[in-house]
Design a protein around this ligand. Sequence first.
Ligand code: HMG
Length: 386
Amino acid sequence: MNIGIDKIGFAAPNYVLDLADLAQARNIDPNKFKLGLLQSQMAVAPVTQDIVTLGAQAAQAILSEKDKEQIDMIIVGTESSIDQSKAAAVFIHGLLDINPFARSIEIKEACYGATAGLILAKTHIAQHPNSKVLVIASDIAKYGIASAGEATQGAGAIAMLISADPSILILHNDSVCQTRDIMDFWRPNEDKYPRVNGKFSTEQYTDCLTTTFAEYQKRTGKKLADFAAMCLHIPFSKQGLKGIQAIAQEDSKTLNRLTERFQEAIVYNKIVGNIYTGSIFLSFLSLLENSQSLKAGDNILFYSYGSGAVCELFSGHLVSGYQQHLQPDRLHTLNQRTPLTVEAYEALFFEEIQVDETGQAVDLPVDETDFALVDIQDHKRVYRKK
Ligand code: HMG
């Protein structure tokens, strides 16, 4: 049975910061961000936008009423949870009015979580071919003012509908994973922002890729030349490029082709920033919507990496007519976001919700987006769908 991605959608907050402005404010050469990290903008979320509202918005953009009846599992991959107990998927299930007889869960393993969700969804469909699974990757990446990671922040959500006989990508059965118990990036409960061993994390990203790719080749017999493109986890675009260079260095023809496709695969990531577990799928969406060279049947190799660390290499091929299930004007929409000054970004990004002694939110800003956090009552988050 063919199982894979039937639909894919994306949502980002409506605010954006230009990294040239950030560089100027931090007294850094703008080329460090533009050329050194290959990033030009980052999405900024107000307190009324979180993993629930962004995830719901991304899913609403792709789901039909029939899909909502057929979905019997919702999986949210995230490392920006809004509750230590209740899954964001349960809030999203309610907001989207999905079939009540569904399983709704949240998965965490840094930027790898949603890939685990995708593989779980595939296993579920193999047993229940008539069902559909909604996999959402939703995160808000914050490193802190003037931190080394500041220019790599971002926010956004990807939603994917996983089904039998999908319209976009058929997944292959060739996954190879690796787990390494390392401290390259982690977020202790007592800390607001992650702790990062930046250089070590970049080395681990690449080393996990090269060693897992060697194992992948050994087990599957596939070569890099078999793939038309590669989509990787993109903490910042330069990291993904270095990943491709690390495994393709001995095959210049393949390296050139994968590098050309990679430029198409980072069009959105460059102006959204790191959305953690959704970054690899944002890159896939960017590739699909910005490449004129891809065609049905092309094989795509995926490298998912989550700090801590867990990684997975897997692949799929494009389905005939996949182009009809995309949104070609997405770049135009992203370019309509409201630009922020650095002062406005600092105020917005680090604004915190105040809750009084009764658990009631105080002075929560009004948010006109389709899905928004509108109140906290008795410590319960209240969401509104327009
Ligand atoms: P840094 O140490 O300040 O930057 O922060 P740097 O000095 O290494 O410079 C970065 C690049 O800019 C270098 O390029 C410089 O040469 C270049 P490279 O040599 O590496 O190719 N550069 C310039 N280029 C042109 N003109 C200039 C200029 N100046 C410098 N004037 C660091 C970099 C990645 C450490 C920082 O951004 C950081 O800590 N980021 C967060 C951690 C991260 O993203 N790690 C990536 C791998 S781990 C991962 O992907 C998982 C993650 O997503 C979390 C999860 O799984 O949940 C992070």
